[in-house]
Design a binder for this molecule. Structure first.
Ligand code: PNW
Length: 495
C-alpha cells in the first residue's frame, strides 16, 4: 500500500502541487497495535528481599552472597534488596500511575517450596505472598506475566547432585510448575517457565553467575542447558494436559546479544549465523523444532571427537523428548539489550560454548558504551532480531520480556540516556511491526526500579524508578524516564 501511494505522490512532488504535502504518517507517530502489553519487569531475588522470612528456603544466590561475599561488587547481597516483599502494593501503585498494562515478575522457588520439592511441603507465607501480589495486580487492571524461574534455585537442589546438572531436576521443576499452575492458572495468562537459559548455563561453565562452577566449562553448560530444555518441555506438556482450558500461553525468555556479520563476506555472514545459533538458537530451536540446530550438533560433535572423547559434550535427546520439546512455546519471550558484530575466530575457555561457536565479536564504534561492559546502545539489533525470528520460525508471536539501559546513578533522576534508549528501541519495534510485519505483542522494560544487579550489586542501575538503598523505606522516586514513559504510553496506546 505504501509503495503504491508513493508512486502516486512522486509526480505530484515534482509538480509542486499542494497535494504533495500529504504523506502517510511516519511510523513513529502511529499507535502500537491494539492491546499491546506495555509493562515493566523485575525478578524475585533482585527485588523481594525478605530472604529468610518465616520458612523460606535458601536459594543459590542467598548461599553464594553469604558464603562468598567477594563474588559481588561491594560485597552486596539481596537480603533486603528493594523490599518488594513488603512493598508490593506501592510497586503496583507506581506501575499503575505510569500506565503499564502488565508486570513481569518471578516466583522464588524456595520461597514457595523451601527444599525445592513438592513432596516436602510448601510455605503458606510464600504462597500467600504471590496470591496477594497477583490479586492486587488484577484488581488494578495489570496483567501478571509470571516467570517460574529467574535464577534463584533452592540451595537444597544445588546440593543434591548439582542443581541443573542433576538428571532428576527436570522432574522437580515440572512438579513445582504443576503446583504453581494448580494455584494460579485461572488468573495468569502469560507464563515464562525459565528466564534466560543461556545466562543460567553461565553458572555451570563460568563464574558469571551462581553456582559459579567455572571448572565445568565445555561440559557443564551443555548438560545444564539440556536439563533446562527438558524442564521447560515437561512443564509445557503438563500445562497442556491439565490446565489448557485456562487459555494461558507459555514460553521461555530467551536471550543473547544479537549478532550481525562484521562485513558482507561469506565468512562473516556464516560467523553471525553460528553466533545466533549458539545463543538464542541454542534454546529456541529445540523448543520450536524439537532438537538442537544442526550447526550446534555437528560442531560440538566434531570438536568432542577431535578432543578424543567417546561421546559428544552436547547430550542427545531421545525421540520421545524431541516429540515433547517440539512446539513447546505459544509465543517467544525475547530479552534484548544489545548486539555484536561477528567474525570467524576462537575465543573463550577451551573448551566452552563460546569457543565451540568459532566466533569472535566486536563493537561498531558508533554504538554508545554504557556502564555495563557487555552493553552498548544498538537499537537496530532489536529490529534485526525480530526479523530473524519472523523469517526463521514462521512469524511467531513475540513478547519483548526485557529491554533496558544501565547507568551508575550519579545523576539519579536525570536519566536522559535511558529515555534515548527506550525511544530508539520503541522506534525499532514499531518499524519491525509496521514495516516488516513482525508479530510483537508487548514490551516489558527492565526494570521497574533499580535493584540487585547480580555480580554488579547495586552499582549498575536499570530502573525507571530510583530506589534509596540507604533508607529503610527503600523509597522509590520517579526518574525522568518514568515521566517520559508515562507520556509515551499515553500517546501511543489505544487507551
Ligand atoms: C538479564 N546478554 O540478563 C537478566 O534477566 C536480568 O536479571 C538482569 O538484571 C538484566 O539482564 C540486566 O543485566 C542478561 O549478554 C544477561 O545479552 C546477558 C545478556 C542479556 C541479559
Amino acid at each position: 500500500m505504501r509503495a503504491i501511494l508513493s508512486l502516486v505522490i512522486v509526480p505530484l512532488v515534482l509538480s509542486g502541487s499542494f497535494a504533495t504535502q500529504y504523506r502517510p504518517p511516519p511510523v513513529s507517530h502511529t499507535n502500537f497495535p491494539k492491546g499491546f502489553l506495555f509493562g515493566s519487569a523485575t525478578a524475585s531475588y533482585q527485588v523481594e528481599g525478605a530472604w529468610n522470612d518465616t520458612d523460606k528456603g535458601e536459594s543459590i544466590w542467598d548461599h553464594i552472597t553469604h558464603n562468598n561475599p567477594n563474588f559481588i561488587a561491594e560485597q552486596q547481597n539481596g537480603d533486603i534488596a528493594d523490599d518488594s516483599f513488603h512493598k508490593f502494593k506501592e510497586d503496583i501503585r507506581i506501575m499503575k500511575d505510569i500506565g503499564f498494562k502488565s508486570y513481569r515478575f518471578s516466583i522464588s522457588w524456595p520461597r514457595v517450596l523451601p527444599t525445592g520439592k513438592v513432596a516436602d511441603g510448601y510455605s503458606k507465607t510464600g504462597l500467600n505472598y504471590y496470591t496477594e501480589l497477583i490479586d492486587e495486580l488484577l484488581a488494578n487492571g495489570i496483567e501478571p506475566l509470571v516467570t517460574l524461574y529467574h535464577w534463584d534455585l533452592p540451595q537444597a537442589l544445588q546440593e543434591e547432585r548439582g542443581g541443573w546438572l542433576n538428571p532428576n531436576i527436570s522432574d522437580y521443576f515440572a512438579d513445582y510448575a504443576d503446583f504453581m499452575f494448580s494455584k494460579f492458572a485461572p488468573k495468569v495468562k502469560y507464563w515464562i517457565t525459565i528466564n534466560e537459559p543461556l545466562s543460567i548455563v553461565n553458572g555451570y561453565g563460568d563464574d558469571a553467575r551462581a553456582p559459579a562452577l567455572k571448572e565445568l566449562h565445555g561440559i557443564g553448560e551443555y548438560v545444564a542447558g539440556h536439563n533446562l530444555l527438558l524442564a521447560h518441555s515437561k512443564a509445557y506438556k503438563l500445562y497442556q494436559d491439565k490446565y489448557s482450558h485456562n487459555l494461558g500461553k507459555i514460553s521461555m525468555a530467551f536471550c543473547g546479544s544479537y549478532c550481525a556479520p562484521a562485513s558482507d563476506s561469506v565468512e562473516d555472514i556464516e560467523a553471525a549465523e553460528r553466533c545466533y545459533q549458539f545463543t538464542f538458537g541454542w534454546f529456541i530451536h529445540p523448543v520450536l523444532k524439537g532438537d538442537y540446530h544442526p550447526l550446534l550438533r555437528s560442531i560440538i560433535d566434531e570438536n568432542s571427537q577431535w578432543e578424543g572423547r567417546k561421546t559428544s559434550r552436547l547430550p542427545y535427546f531421545s525421540q520421545q523428548e524431541i516429540d515433547q520439546l517440539k512446539g513447546s512455546a505459544d509465543f517467544l519471550g525475547l530479552n534484548y539489550y544489545t548486539m555484536l558484530l561477528a567474525k570467524p575466530g576462537l575465543a573463550g575457555l577451551d573448551p566452552s560454548d563460546q569457543r565451540d561457536s568459532r566466533v569472535v565479536t566486536l563493537w561498531d564504534p558508533s554504538w554508545k558504551p554504557t556502564v555495563a561492559s557487555w552493553l552498548r546502545v544498538a537499537p537496530e539489533g532489536l529490529r534485526m532480531l525480530l526479523n530473524k525470528v519472523k523469517n526463521d520460525y514462521g512469524n511467531p508471536e513475540v513478547l519483548i520480556t526485557e529491554n533496558g539501559y544501565p547507568d551508575d546513578g550519579s545523576d539519579p533522576l536525570n536519566d536522559t540516556e535511558r529515555i534515548n534508549y527506550y525511544e530508539t528501541h520503541f522506534a525499532a519495534i514499531r518499524q519491525a511491526i509496521y514495516e516488516d510485519g513482525c508479530n510483537v505483542v508487548g514490551h516489558t522494560s527492565w526494570s521497574l526500579m533499580d535493584n540487585f544487579e547480580w555480580r554488579d550489586g547495586y552499582k549498575a542501575k536499570f530502573g525507571i524508578f530510583s530506589v534509596d538503598f540507604n533508607s529503610p523505606n527503600r523509597t522509590r522516586t520517579m526518574k525522568k524516564s518514568a515521566y517520559w514513559l508515562k507520556n509515551y504510553i499515553a500517546m501511543h496506546d489505544y487507551l
